[in-house]
Design a protein around this ligand. Structure first.
Ligand SMILES: [Zn+2]
Length: 208
């Protein structure tokens, strides 16, 4: 939690409504009064969310914290300014999707395809990005602090000023990526491919 900017929460995200379940302080999902854990019918809610994403070509500025949308085909969907914290988007097709300014701490996008997606100023601190494809993605100013990017494919991605402190990038590929001012501090880069990169990343106490 300490990795995300308070200003992002306060200025960009919708007012946070809390779950109506007694003693639960988790945020209420989308247009409901309950968090994902306390949703009356998770499968019905999942279907309603997916239908809304398809109808509106995305869901901008809403709370989808903790929701399970794993495996959905959400190509080109727009999630900008939405709260995807701890959501399960594993295996999702998110090619050319827009996730600018999302708050996606602890989100699971393992095995998802975000090729060509836009992730400007997104917060993926502590996120699970194992084997995730970010090929050619525009991921500038992204917070990947403490994230797992094991075997992630970031080839040709635009990663200007993105932060990878304490992230695990074992076996990840950054081939051809623009890493100008990207920060790798205490980052695990075992078997990572940094060939043909552009720009001047900051490499500080990385583990090779
Ligand atoms: Zn709750």
């Amino acid at each position: 939690m300490e990795f995300c900017l308070e200003s992002l929460k306060n200025e960009c995200l919708p007012p946070r409504a809390t779950c109506s379940h007694p003693e639960c302080s988790a945020p209420a999902v989308w247009d409901t009064n309950y968090c994902w854990t306390h949703a009356h019918d998770q499968e019905a809610l999942r279907q309603r969310i997916v239908a809304a994403i398809k109808k509106h070509e995305g869901l901008v500025g809403v709370c989808l914290a903790g929701v399970d949308l794993s495996g959905e085909k959400l190509e080109r969907a727009n999630f900008s300014y939405s709260d995807l914290s701890y959501a399960n988007l594993s295996g999702c097709v998110l090619r050319q999707a827009q996730l600018d300014h999302v708050l996606a701490e602890g989100c699971n996008i393992s095995g998802a395809d975000l090729s060509g997606a836009s992730l400007l100023f997104a917060c993926f601190g502590l996120a699970h990005c194992e084997g995730t494809k970010f090929c050619g993605a525009v991921a500038e100013n992204v917070n990947f602090v403490g994230a797992s990017l094991v075997r992630a494919d970031l080839s040709d991605a635009h990663l200007f000023y993105s932060r990878f402190a304490n992230a695990d990038c074992s076996g990840a590929t950054f081939r051809g990526a623009d890493l100008e001012r990207a920060i790798f501090r205490g980052t695990i880069l075992r078997n990572a491919d940094l060939s043909e990169i552009k720009g001047h990343p900051i490499l500080d106490r990385v583990v090779r």
